[in-house]
Ligand binder design. Structure first.
Ligand code: CA
Length: 561
């Protein structure tokens, strides 16, 4: 990245700010305006160019004359072709560009990129909760898995009661989370693509921040029966002793758990005894009235809370982090300040042996050639191609393409189209080889840099990253969004100092300092690295302090009925 700061002081008679232009690559023929509030017509730019019109902050300026049809180049790639001749010093916005077609998925380079030197980064630790299955949580939460939306109202009431009446008795538990969703019934549950929402709910239940405890709340008549959601072998099991026969006893066993004696023997005997689960079904005959349902849920929850309350943080290596990175409410600074800093941090974490997931298929589609080249093996690259092809077909089925991604806010923030947005988005992935590719809802089984294929929708991406095993989340934003998740800490990084100032108690880190010239991308990446270790150890993010929790949203490409 090249940053140019004019050394010339403004004339004494005018308060004009020192113009700041940011050009990403030497070969780029546009650069973006860094100054808060933009720059007025007539501003003398570094290098002698004079602005021909007012250009808003984060928007592009033509550095040379670009002929009609000529390529407009940023990040060293063609982000569009000029619809008319663009004079040097003029504002280049989305209405002046024609988007190039998407790269064909044939003949992509597969695992051909030279491997960067990966010097191990040792000695960094955090304070985490070690789980029975070996994973590590950054929070100690009780999660209640739901099989269907019908139970959500009852669960909401029960969760309020758990917060009020039970949590004060269990001070080492960080909170209770209802894993609510719109799936479970009224859906074509045997459709091939139903596998995506079903495995997402299954894997959400196993997120490392839930301590290996699985509590299921079902209705009874829904399509997503517990044995379909959690078939034998899908969870490491420990039989839960609360499942007793008398109707007055809370909790009923899942069908697959009904055969063994209600003692503490592992079931099945060959499975590791490292998770505990329980099940409450609202339509069970022993529920007489609403209050008995609530009492049953509370009593079952308490058995889990007792165990969770015995857990303590311990020193674990940074390699136990499973970081999900995402952006939302992006502007042209996202790809200049925050996302490159996330990329530096991603490289540090991968060098420390951690897992880093990047996602958002429509926002990496235009960089597919560099990504398939970076894959660790041809097989991983083939899976990357398959995920991109699946998503192309999914969008085509809805008669749109990747250009459906950009929002009015993106464009107001200077991002002309998805190509420009993608080039700025994919830098979050850093430079390490891509060790694995996950289909939506799959759970990560390898360390290192992982591409978890998800839509770019903030909530769907976050939900799928949670299912993949994310225990810490980084979210960059330029326009500003108060995004947060109840299941996992979300560290929000502002791309601009103006946003960081206005949203001072919502943004956890200001990467705008990079554009202000106060800090290099590398230093910002290290700052984020240390902040992540602090947050993983229990330091609360702004979203946690304000209890900002967005809903989980499942990705269901299958039909509803
Ligand atoms: Ca997003």
């Amino acid at each position: 990245m090249q940053e140019a700061h004019s050394p010339a002081p403004p004339p004494a008679s005018t308060p004009a700010p020192t113009p700041v232009l940011v050009r990403m690559r030497a070969e780029d023929n546009v650069a973006i305006v860094g100054n808060d509030g933009g720059l007025p017509a007539g501003t003398a730019l570094p290098g002698g160019l004079v602005l021909r019109e007012r250009v808003p902050q984060a928007h592009k300026v033509a550095l040379v004359d670009i002929p009609e049809g000529g390529a407009v180049t940023r990040y060293g790639v063609t982000i569009g072709h000029a619809l008319r001749a663009l004079t040097a010093g003029s504002w280049v916005h989305e209405r002046l560009l024609r988007m190039p077609p998407a790269r064909d998925l044939k003949d992509l380079p597969l695992a051909t990129a030279p491997r960067p030197a990966m010097v191990p980064l040792d000695g960094h630790t955090f304070q985490g909760y070690r789980n029975p299955d070996g994973s590590v949580g950054t929070r100690n939460l009780l999660a209640v898995t739901t099989t269907v939306q019908c139970v959500a109202g009852v669960l909401d009431v029960a969760v309020e009661r758990i917060r009020r009446d039970l949590l004060p008795k269990y001070p080492h538990v960080d909170g209770v989370v209802a894993l609510e969703h719109a799936y479970g019934c009224g859906v074509a549950i045997d459709a091939p693509e139903a596998v995506i929402p079903i495995r997402t709910v299954r894997h959400l239940a196993r997120n490392p921040n839930f301590g290996g405890e699985v509590m299921v709340l079902s209705l009874g008549c829904e399509k997503l029966q517990p044995e379909r959601l959690l078939p034998p072998g899908s969870l490491p099991l420990r039989v839960e002793t609360v499942h007793a026969a008398p109707a007055s006893t809370p909790g009923t066993a899942l069908p697959i758990l009904s055969t063994p004696a209600p003692d503490s023997a592992p079931f099945p005997a060959t499975e590791p005894a490292d998770a505990a689960w329980s099940h409450v079904r609202l339509q069970d005959e022993h529920h007489v009235g609403f209050a008995s349902m609530i009492d049953d849920i509370l009593a079952t929850a308490e058995t889990h809370l007792k165990r969770l309350n015995t857990r303590r943080r311990e020193t674990v290596p940074a390699s136990e982090l499973v970081l999900g990175v995402q952006c939302g409410g992006s502007d042209a600074f996202s790809g200049v300040t925050a996302n490159p800093a996330v990329g530096v941090c991603a490289d540090l974490l991968v060098r420390a042996g951690a897992t880093v997931m990047f996602s958002e298929t429509t926002e990496v589609r235009d960089a597919v050639e560099t990504l398939t080249a970076r894959c660790a093996s041809p097989e991983v690259a083939q899976k990357m191609v398959a995920e991109m092809a699946w998503y192309d077909a999914y969008l085509a089925r809805g008669e749109v393409d990747r250009s459906a991604n950009t929002t009015p806010g993106n464009k107001a923030g200077g991002l002309s189209n998805i190509v420009e947005k993608a080039m700025g988005s994919v830098v979050k992935s850093g430079s390490m080889p891509i060790a694995a590719v996950l289909s939506p809802g799959e759970r990560a089984a390898t360390r290192g840099l992982i591409y978890a294929a998800t839509p770019a929708s903030d909530f769907i991406c976050g939900t799928l990253q949670l299912a993949a095993g994310m225990n810490l989340h980084v979210f960059t934003t330029g326009r500003g969004t108060p995004y947060g998740l109840a299941e996992c800490p979300v560290v929000k990084v502002a791309t601009r100092s103006d946003l960081a100032r206005r949203w001072h108690d919502l943004m956890d880190l200001n990467a705008g300092a990079v554009a202000d010239g106060d800090c290099s991308v590398e230093v910002m990446g290290w700052r984020l690295f240390h902040l992540l270790l602090d947050v993983a150890s229990g330091r609360r993010t702004w979203a946690e302090q304000h209890r900002l929790h967005n809903a989980l949203v499942l990705f269901n490409p299958a039909p509803v009925t």
